[in-house]
Design a protein around this ligand. Structure first.
Ligand code: ATP
Length: 201
């Protein structure tokens, strides 16, 4: 099996940019949040399970996942949220495992997720974790440029709910500094060489 490398970091830290470099190096990237969203709309068994937990209204008449309605239902109901996660998470874990198996010929694969608290557990079997870091002010400025409709306080609220930089640093095997002082590309190339070396051992 290929080595499994996690990429995580706070909102706007540059996870997607880092993963784009891995893709350019011909390394497959599993975008966990995107993939989970895709599964909620396209996996018939998961759709049925979600409707069993939340009711038919979880999907629109045309079959789209009614994300805002679901959010409003689980917002103040931790038990319902737990039930929802209990059907979604195992499905995503199984999908991740199948995806890794499809790339058995690669030296390593990358899994990108905003939520990643540990190498093992929560469906993860990661060998190493890369944490992407950038100063909060720079992250906010980059997100505002990317998503002009978002406000500073909205972004700050998300940051406050995410893992702290300190906590993320604790789980990091490698840190990529995505500030304006250090070039990203040489940092990723260096990691690529490290992982190729690890995979060949
Ligand atoms: P999210 O958690 O919101 O998905 P993310 O961690 O994936 O964010 P990116 O989308 O990669 O972050 O980066 C946020 C924004 O900042 C993007 O518009 C990206 O193009 C820009 N950006 C990231 N890194 C740099 C950089 N080194 N120089 C200039 N712009 C950058």
């Amino acid at each position: 099996a290929p080595l499994q490398i996690g990429v995580t970091g706070g909102i706007g830290s540059g996870k997607s940019v880092v993963c784009a470099v891995f893709k350019a190096l011909d390394i497959p990237v599993y975008e966990a949040d995107e993939r989970a969203k895709w599964l909620t709309e396209h996996d018939p068994i998961l759709k049925a399970d979600i409707q069993r937990v939340l009711g038919k209204e979880a999907y629109t008449p045309t079959g789209r996942y009614n994300r805002s309605w679901v959010a409003s239902q689980v917002f103040a109901d931790p038990a319902l949220l737990a039930s929802l996660n209990a059907v979604i998470h195992p499905r995503v874990f199984a999908d991740t495992a199948a995806w890794v198996n499809e790339h058995a010929d690669k030296p390593y694969v990358v899994k990108e997720a905003a939520l990643m608290n540990q190498r093992a557990g929560d469906g993860n079997t990661l060998d190493k974790i890369i944490v992407v870091q950038a100063p909060v002010a720079l992250r906010i400025a980059r997100i505002r440029k990317r998503d002009p409709q978002r406000t500073d306080s909205e972004i700050q609220n998300i940051i406050d709910r995410q893992l702290s930089d300190e906590a993320r640093f604790q789980i990091a095997d490698y840190v990529v500094e995505n500030d304006e002082a250090q070039l990203l590309l040489p940092q990723i190339i260096r990691l690529h060489e490290v992982f190729l070396q690890q995979a060949s051992n």
